[in-house]
Design a protein around this ligand. Structure first.
Ligand SMILES: NC(=O)c1ccc[n+]([C@@H]2O[C@H](COP(=O)([O-])OP(=O)(O)OC[C@H]3O[C@@H](n4cnc5c(N)ncnc54)[C@H](OP(=O)(O)O)[C@@H]3O)[C@@H](O)[C@H]2O)c1
Length: 320
């Protein structure tokens, strides 16, 4: 008798019906999160990673063709229109990238029975609540970016299938466009900085987001969680704790002085009304991560701990 063993890539996880070694499509691999996802998912399965040069997500036909060509079992969508203030004057483009593209990706994932992982934002909320926001709280975005991301979430949920939407906040890391790197640059250029102190949130690193996503997806592939579709859904995913932008800037400069020998500018705390921006922002952006912990046993570390890792990473890269 000849026993035939399936190839690893053909073996299915009992609970998710996904291959144990899935073909992975990472969309937006040049962004903060996409870069970390590409790094951490290496070895999980063959990866096709695309940036804006390979696909314009504002074009639905290109987006659909990309998935059909890549034939993935797992789609990680790290791409987004993230220019919050610019979105106020480019609402159609923001909607195309943040709502229409996830819809197309989710439709194609459903067609292929693939798992679709998508990210959204704390800016779907208006900030008026004093407690951390939970997934069942009613969204009420204050700006075009938040509205476009909410439309994306809703489209993905409507399509259904195997999907995970992770709402996160204040994303930063050692690369890309973010508050930490802007602070370090401004700190080199100026002696004094005024920073908003009445918007509170949870700074979350691209590294921790990628780690948590990886742990959850691996758990699903390994059949560690209850059968699909019970795990499909919307989850908040941020680092623990909370701080204002001013407090975050203080922490950044304190660590930058110690680890990078950077001079710390004098910081003045100001209110939102002292720093008008095209897009309004929520006062309280803090998200409760209880559903993520209950569903997957995953908890991201405190924002202070995560900051430490990013600062060390910047120091290591600058000393190369
Ligand atoms: N950044 C935050 O503070 C924050 C907060 C809450 C939630 N989130 C969410 O977290 C996720 C990851 O954010 P991130 O900070 O990693 O974003 P990011 O660094 O801005 O990266 C987004 C990527 O999407 C790409 N992209 C934009 N428009 C595109 C298009 N038309 N076609 C193809 N690619 C396009 C960008 O390419 P280019 O670089 O060429 O533009 C960029 O590489 C997003 O869903 C975002 O909405 C972010």
């Amino acid at each position: 008798m000849i026993l035939q063993y399936p190839q690893m890539s053909e073996m299915k996880s009992s609970s998710s019906n996904l291959p144990l070694s899935p073909r992975i499509l990472i969309v937006g691999n040049a962004g903060q999160l996409g870069r970390e996802l590409e790094r951490i998912f290496a070895g999980v399965g063959p990866i096709i990673a695309v940036d804006r040069e390979s696909v314009d997500l504002a074009d639905a036909d290109q987006t659909r063709a990309l998935v059909q060509r890549a034939a993935p079992d797992l789609i990680l969508n790290a791409a987004a229109y993230t220019a919050v203030d610019r979105a106020e004057s480019e609402p159609e483009l923001a909607h195309a990238i943040n709502a229409q593209a996830p819809q197309v990706l989710a439709e194609e994932a459903l067609q292929r029975n693939a798992l679709f992982v998508h990210y959204s934002t704390d800016y779907v909320f208006d900030g008026a609540k004093s407690e951390p926001w939970v997934e069942t709280d009613a969204p009420n975005p204050l700006n075009v970016y938040g509205a476009s991301k909410l439309a994306g979430e809703q489209a993905v949920q409507k399509i259904g299938g195997k999907f995970l939407i992770f709402r996160t906040s204040w994303v930063y890391g050692p690369h890309g466009n973010n508050f930490l790197l802007t602070m370090l640059r401004l700190g080199r250029e100026r002696d004094r900085l005024s920073i908003v102190d009445d918007q509170v949130g949870a700074p979350t690193t691209s590294i921790e987001l990628a780690r948590a996503t990886h742990a959850i997806v691996i758990g699903i592939l390994a059949g560690r969680f209850v059968a699909q579709p019970a795990w499909s859904g919307l989850y908040h995913m941020t680092c623990a704790g909370s701080v204002s932008w001013f407090g975050f800037a203080q922490a950044i400069f304190a660590r930058a002085a110690e680890l990078l020998g950077a001079k710390a500018p004098h910081l003045t705390s100001i209110s939102t009304s002292d720093y008008p921006t095209p897009a309004a922002r929520p006062r309280n952006s803090v998200l409760s991560n209880a559903r993520l912990a209950a569903g997957f046993g995953v908890q991201l570390p405190s924002w202070r701990f995560a900051l430490e890792e990013v600062m060390h990473s910047i120091r290591n890269e600058s000393s190369k």
